[in-house]
Design a protein. Structure first.
Length: 101
């Protein structure tokens, strides 16, 4: 079927190709082109709707990636403790805010 839509060719690794095939089958799509087009649209929408990057978040990710398995586990445990305590959750006034007031 002829189309006036822009077209281009793209190559995938065997692993990515299989994931596309799996998605096509699960989604009951007739063609790989439709599957790839849907996957690209989903990814683009996710990127457009993602919150803006936080400088601290990026720094934390970089530090996490530089750690060995034991360090990663300790960091996650520490973060879990901080969140569970409630003291550092969003929406809670920090001590600095109350001291300045």
């Amino acid at each position: 079927m002829a189309t006036n839509k822009p077209r281009f060719s793209v190559s995938f690794s065997d692993e990515s190709f299989q994931k596309i095939e799996n998605y096509r089958e699960k989604s009951s799509l007739n063609t790989r082109s439709k599957a790839v087009a849907q996957l690209v649209e989903l990814a683009l929408n996710e990127i457009e709707n993602a919150p803006p990057p936080d400088i601290g978040e990026g720094k934390l990710v970089d530090m996490y990636r530089a750690m060995n398995a034991e360090g990663k586990e300790k960091l996650l445990d520490c973060a879990d403790d901080m969140v569970r305590s409630g003291k550092y959750k969003k929406g809670r006034e920090s001590r600095l805010d109350t001291k300045e007031a």
